[in-house]
Design a protein around this ligand. Structure first.
Ligand SMILES: Cc1cc2nc3c(=O)[nH]c(=O)nc-3n(C[C@H](O)[C@H](O)[C@H](O)COP(=O)(O)OP(=O)(O)OC[C@H]3O[C@@H](n4cnc5c(N)ncnc54)[C@H](O)[C@@H]3O)c2cc1C
Length: 368
């Protein structure tokens, strides 16, 4: 007879591990199923995150690779600097982060089974049964699909796909660089390319829409930085879902993280949004009385406005360079924004920063 668990979490990425941790702390009997043989691998992420990350993990010193205070945006030969005194973001060891989060989930009481790929899902009136590739079957009162961009749980549950996917591709160059600035290339079609100094090495990457060749665009970004493809290593790729569908739940199935496209539409970043939604989901996963409608309402109330504003910024990437340039010029200089909250672009802190950098720009123009 198959043991009936309170909650099965499919996928031990940031969203899955955080949900398992929260649910276990609330006393639920949680089983995590992860298809990979090693947590965090294969890697397909920059691990470039806002300072909020340190509220979710307890080993900052070992995970921190670099602190970022400045972003340089490049459009058709012009560059615009955005900076602040305090770190605006951090570069972390993403594999190490996933590993520590999975440990934290287990320390809270969740059981983790590795090498278990979920291949089918059968939702019944009182439980959900999942089968894995090895032929084993597991059963729970609630199932959480935290299995990433191309979620098997999503397709098995008959839930709608996110409306857009970008293709991400990144690689590394063996040059030490602890500078505090990232480069963002807006000439890449519809999305962007980047350079991120990671302390021990430098990362270059691109995210482009379907139909474009990420590899060709990555070569162009490398070229702009004078790097040959032969100098790069660990090239890795992944899908980036944006724009969540109208529903990410059934009666007993909850999608969380990339599976639900809970990402920032203007960067594709989903580590923090996914974990915030995991926290929300944990409050509505009562095994005796799951409340998918409550989860849908609360996570959309919390993130809907930021995702909506993020979509506006995403559209900005589609504009021709001659329209992008004046906007970048207007916002450039000292900034007071939070990278997970596009609404902070219109905050008092940002207004203050724009006013003081505007005064500096005028003064330097008069001096020269
Ligand atoms: C190139 C690139 C760069 C990125 N850079 C950033 C960044 O700098 N900052 C940021 O915030 N975000 C970034 N992202 C996005 C970020 O990686 C995702 O938003 C984040 O990983 C989502 O977490 P998750 O837990 O929802 O899913 P994932 O991290 O994808 O975890 C899903 C887990 O489920 C497992 N799994 C999948 N299918 C099954 C199955 N059938 N059965 C069992 N297990 C399964 C997988 O092995 C995996 O461990 C980037 C993405 C890409 C592609």
């Amino acid at each position: 007879m198959v043991e009936l668990r309170d909650l099965i979490v499919v996928g031990a990425g940031p969203a899955g591990s955080h949900l398992a941790q929260e649910a276990s702390e609330q006393g639920l009997d949680v089983l995590m199923l992860e298809r990979s043989e090693e947590i965090g691998r294969p890697l397909a992420c920059s691990g470039h995150v806002s300072p909020d990350i340190w509220g979710f993990v307890d080993s900052r010193e070992s995970l921190l690779q670099n602190s970022i205070r400045e972003a340089r945006f490049h459009v058709e030969g012009s560059s615009y600097r955005f900076y602040q005194e305090e770190p605006v973001s951090y570069v972390m060891d993403r594999v190490g982060f996933d590993k520590r989060k999975a440990e934290m989930a287990q320390e809270s009481g969740a059981e983790l089974l590795m090498g278990e790929e979920v291949v089918s899902v059968d939702e019944r009136d009182d439980c959900v049964e999942v089968s894995v590739a090895s032929g084993e079957t597991y059963s729970s009162k609630v199932l959480a699909g935290c299995d990433g961009a191309s979620s098997k749980v999503r397709s098995e549950a008959g839930l709608e796909e996110p409306s857009r996917f970008y293709q991400g591709l990144l690689c590394f160059v063996d040059v030490q660089d602890s500078s505090d600035n990232v480069d963002v290339h807006l000439n890449v079609p519809e999305f962007f390319g980047w350079r991120i100094p990671r302390g021990e090495n430098i990362e270059y990457g691109v995210a482009v829409p379907p139909g474009e060749s990420p590899s060709e665009w990555l070569d162009k970004v490398l070229d702009r930085h004078g790097v040959e493809r032969s100098e790069t290593f660990n090239t890795c790729a992944g899908g980036i879902p944006v724009d969540p569908p109208d529903s990410v739940t059934t009666d007993r199935i909850f999608l969380v993280g990339d599976a639900a496209a809970q990402t920032k539409p203007f960067t594709g970043g989903g580590i923090l949004y996914g974990m915030r939604c995991a926290e929300t989901a944990s409050r509505y996963i009562d095994p005796e009385n799951p409340d998918p409608a409550g989860y849908e309402k609360e996570w959309r109330d919390e993130l809907g406005r930021e995702i909506g504003l993020g979509k506006l910024i995403e559209r900005f990437y589609l504009l021709p360079g001659f329209l992008q340039k004046p906007v970048l010029r207007l916002f450039s200089g000292s900034i007071g924004v939070h990278m997970d909250r596009p609404s902070s672009l219109f905050s008092r802190a940002q207004l203050r920063a724009m006013t003081s950098s505007g005064i500096k720009k005028i003064r330097s123009r008069f001096r020269s």
